[in-house]
Design a protein around this ligand. Sequence first.
Ligand SMILES: Nc1nc2c(c(=O)[nH]1)N[C@H]1C(S)=C(S)[C@@H](COP(=O)(O)OP(=O)(O)OC[C@H]3O[C@@H](n4cnc5c(=O)[nH]c(N)nc54)[C@H](O)[C@@H]3O)O[C@H]1N2
Ligand SMILES: Nc1nc2c(c(=O)[nH]1)N[C@H]1C(S)=C(S)[C@@H](COP(=O)(O)OP(=O)(O)OC[C@H]3O[C@@H](n4cnc5c(=O)[nH]c(N)nc54)[C@H](O)[C@@H]3O)O[C@H]1N2
Ligand SMILES: [Mo]
Length: 759
Amino acid sequence: MADEREETRHYDGPAGGWGSLKGIGSVFKRELSTPVVVETLMRQNKPEGYMCSSCAWGKPAHPHTFEFCENGAKATIWDLTRDRCTPDFFAEHSVADLLQWQDYDLEMQGRLTEPLRYDAATDKYVACSWDEAFAGIASELCALDPKSVIFYASGKASLEASYLYAMFARFYGHNNLPDSSNMCHETTSVGLKKVIGSPVGTCELEDFDYCDAIFYFGQNPGTNSPRFLHPLQEAVKRGCKIIVFNPVREQGLVRFVNPQNPMEMLSGHGTELAHMYLQVRPGGDIAALMGLCKHVLAVDDEACAAGKPSVLDRDFIDQHTQGFDAFATSARATSWDEIERNSGLQRSDLEAAAEVYVAAERVIGVYGMGLTQHVHGSQSIGMLVNLILMRGNIGRQGAGMSPVRGHSNVQGQRTVGISEKPELVPLDKLAKMFDFEPPRDTGLTTVDACEGIVDGSVKGFVSLGGNFVRAIPDRETMEPAWRKQALTVYIATKLNRSHLVHGRSSYLLPCLARPEEDMQASGPQSVSIEDSFSHIHGSIGKRKPASEQLLSELAIIAGIAKATLPAHPKWRWDEWTADYGKVRDLIAETYPEDFHDFNARMFEPGGFYRGNPAHDRIWKTDSGKAEFTDPSVMSALGVGDAPGRYHLITMRSNDQFNTTIYGFSDRLRGLEGSRTILLMNPADMGRAGLQEGDVVTLVGDAGDDVHREVAGLTITPFDLPDGCLGGYYPEMNPLVPLWYHDKASKTPASKGVPVRLHR
Ligand SMILES: Nc1nc2c(c(=O)[nH]1)N[C@H]1C(S)=C(S)[C@@H](COP(=O)(O)OP(=O)(O)OC[C@H]3O[C@@H](n4cnc5c(=O)[nH]c(N)nc54)[C@H](O)[C@@H]3O)O[C@H]1N2
Ligand SMILES: Nc1nc2c(c(=O)[nH]1)N[C@H]1C(S)=C(S)[C@@H](COP(=O)(O)OP(=O)(O)OC[C@H]3O[C@@H](n4cnc5c(=O)[nH]c(N)nc54)[C@H](O)[C@@H]3O)O[C@H]1N2
Ligand SMILES: [Mo]
């Protein structure tokens, strides 16, 4: 089996370079050679092309010849595989049998080809017609209380499909619309919104052409958004300084060889990216940022005492913010001792980093899961905003907040109404447009939905993509509870573990992938997505679908909705399916400021910008100003230090997309051949009496008396801070308690999980 440990070595080569090309080839030798795949890759992320279904990084107006990265290519090739997972496969394997398989082997069966219904008598999925599937799902949904049903979305489906999915939920009668965002950047949607009034980043892609410094927290571009390496490299070449805060020394942030540059490829000389690389403790960002702010204040005091101009942007602070004085008092009062202890960093390093901040005219704050997936993650975001506000680094060119989003359309799904928070959706307008009374009560988040499944109040789960059961915390509790549901419906491209953990009645509905041609009654259709920079891009699929039986996500949603809901003159499922332009007209009518002339603008090179008030210094906060916040804690960890306790960060390898495992090579970290490894620093290994290759068990240590464990992990020495362990997501998910989440947004705290080591 491919999960055998072969070798583990350290990689100190650059990100990109020949390695990235080998990375694509080693996984997909067979697929890579076909003209179909090559042609699709050449259209990837280009105007009038096909928008990559991997990450949400921006798509430039003037793309490179190869505007795709190692992982984008893998995602496309993964969709266009020649392997098929047909009804014959399911005839051979019962669900009980498939439950013994590895996630990797399930997805390796290839694309699902026909709608399937779970047959309890044989414990197998069997083929059924689309009409049978729609009628069967409708009869279950009609028998259930709508409030007991969840409509989950993983952030990939288009704006058009997402809009109709959210409308279907509300016509049916609930706001239970959690999204993968609830496990990801919900901390941003809630935490950033609270302090600057915007639930999304304020920067555009071009801002990276003008910034003088980037303060870079807990995001791993080499693996998760490799096309970001190009603007980072360009920025460094023009003198921009990147200050990285990350417990793990990620090669992607250390050095980059641009695969598009023949000279760099031949010489192997890339660009050193990080000016300073500070290996902060997990959850230590609040303290680190406090240290930076404290020193900025000290530099300002010195300047003012010497009669020099203030280094703070006093006009901005007076005019646009509130809470500065209270925050400044708190920063002055926080001791360096407390800052060093909680951050694990030295005062001198933090002071040097703060000097870079003060010297820079324009600064961008970048962050990812390293900030959002913590119990006090919202406060970390608040602290980064404090730093940014001190010198007015927001709402002007080359400056701002730039959270890096995950799934290719996760931000857009929230924009067009997939939200469990009804106050974020223009319900009154929708009531008029569609002549119905929308549900007004708050729906369930991902964590609420899991709690409802455990206590039996959730009885049905419809999933627009994703692999929910694998992605959530406390999997061992969740799987048995999951099976008590009356109905599960999975709209998917490939078989995964969630499909096997089904309700009493279950349907597996195969859909088109984004690179494939979507032919409807009015002709071939295009779809659209929103990137991390709030730019909207049209995408046209041209590949022949993996099977003639596939329907688009939009057609599947409309099919279920039509079968479930009463006929209504304003609910025109057939018309909307025939022509997606009509759905875009509805989106434009619902959100005219963002989406006016949607059909006319959707193929603008670089995408059209839907705007952002904080980008224009308009603050949609409670106070009407940008808010300095004084953190209530110095560490974002939910459970503090104790003898024998470690803080585990769950990480992504270079060879996976979330729960989809492409292979067993974490090339950029030099870890090859296995995912059941535990990264630990050599000093901690020595203190625990462990050698490289020892096999250990991790046991949860959250103090709630629930036994959680993952066994069979091979100790692997790695450069990490003391007391910090690293292991792969989703293998480590049984160790994350469901209640261990960001306080403000309920985003599971997957980056600082308290554990103990057993032999
Ligand atoms: N190839 C590939 N691309 C992807 C994905 C994938 O799985 N594979 N997933 C997509 C999705 S949905 C998402 S959300 C994004 C995720 O992309 P990222 O936001 O980059 O998420 P992670 O890789 O989980 O973690 C990011 C970094 O946080 C660091 N970190 C951990 N704890 C802390 C901490 O306490 N403080 C700080 N400062 N850093 C910390 C980790 O070492 C890691 O380098 O990527 C998207 N793109
Ligand atoms: N411990 C830990 N847990 C985490 C995280 C972590 O860092 N650590 N990260 C969290 C994050 S950031 C996220 S976003 C979630 C991810 O959670 P999800 O979004 O639920 O999971 P994915 O693995 O992205 O879903 C993969 C499946 O989606 C289906 N799929 C792929 N493409 C398509 C398509 O085009 N259409 C449809 N309908 N289906 C498709 C395939 O069947 C595939 O098996 O996990 C979260 N869980
Ligand atoms: Mo994500």
